[in-house]
Design a protein around this ligand. Structure first.
Ligand SMILES: [Zn+2]
Length: 94
């Protein structure tokens, strides 16, 4: 599934609920899910990791839908490499 399709799918599934919850509440959920991902990383449980990545992505797309951000367009920022140094791979100092 392409990103554009996934964003639409998440909108079809959750937009009504996301709208009712609002940006603040939806952002809080995204943060919760990032916390769940942190736990999965600590546990090194591959199946759980995959699920938590899916949840983080879903909530990210939900939030983008609420804020009317097209993530397919947003990722173009990285199309030509690192936005700072313009290189692939990045040669910026940490
Ligand atoms: Zn760079």
């Amino acid at each position: 599934m392409e990103m554009k399709e996934f964003q639409k799918l998440i909108g079809d599934i959750y937009y009504k609920k996301d709208s009712a919850r609002g940006v603040e509440g939806t952002f809080r959920w995204l943060c919760e899910e990032v916390g769940e991902l942190a736990k999965a990383i600590r546990k090194k449980d591959r199946k759980n990791l995959e699920e938590e990545f899916a949840d983080v992505l879903a909530w990210t797309f939900s939030l983008a839908n609420l804020l009317d951000i097209n993530l397919d367009d947003a990722i173009k920022k990285y199309e030509k490499g690192c936005p700072k140094c313009g290189r692939i791979p990045c040669i910026c100092e940490e």
